[in-house]
Design a protein around this ligand. Sequence first.
Ligand code: MLT
Length: 275
Amino acid sequence: MESKVANLPDRSVRYLESGSGRAVLLLHAFPLSADQWLPQLYRLPPGWRAIAPDLRGFRGAGPAFEEPGLDVASMETHAADLLALLTHLGIERAVVAGLSMGGYIAFALLRASPARIAGLVLANTRATPDSAEGLAARDTMIALAGREGAAGVAHAMIEKLLGPTTLREQPDLATAVRELIERNSVPGLVSAIRAMKRRPDSTPLLPAVGCPTLIVSGEEDALIPGADIDAMSHMIPGATPIVIPRAGHLTNLEAPGLFNDALTGFLKRYGQVPA
Ligand code: MLT
């Protein structure tokens, strides 16, 4: 696994890369960073090249890490960033795996450039926009980030991101996730919250998804209700749903073995399909 930097016309982006062959683009959740995918990067099946970028505004606080355009960034901005990164890396088509906010961005990629998506892994995410209650909670989180910084966001979110089983049995993981969150800047966090708040309803896209799709959920996910995941699964033609037991929202970190089995099985199955 290597940590690299791509110098794009408007910004530099750090990404983690492992393997070679067909591309899998791994899109992290809010409020983490590419490091969220470390347990997957080492364990992809042969013939696959994983690319896990930091999304715009994530990882690194302070003037050295300031990013342009954070005040107006949307899911479409993130999708355009990723298409530019793929082009820079010479990748025409990729399997896109997004967890939570990463999934919201996968939908924006589907809107922008479906031909470049060879397959989809939608983990702990939903197609619907925020409810009125959800929108109000976003404003509370923006105020909290302004008042208490990334540490305040980490404190408020840790018990929602991780399931009760993980909190009980893997205290070190809770510490590691907190540290990842605290490495982010307040402008980056606020930008992402605003972008999530403004995201459109992606439900109308679902019946037209034409690529193989795996849908992963966590039995103990407190952020994305199982009913939302079920509704999404039923609307995507041929989607394969899998529920990871004893895991909350961050399934790939909480149960890396089961998550990797599901991802590897999916990639092996669809590795047979011509690129
Ligand atoms: C995420 O995990 O990316 C976020 O919690 C998603 C959200 O807040 O809607």
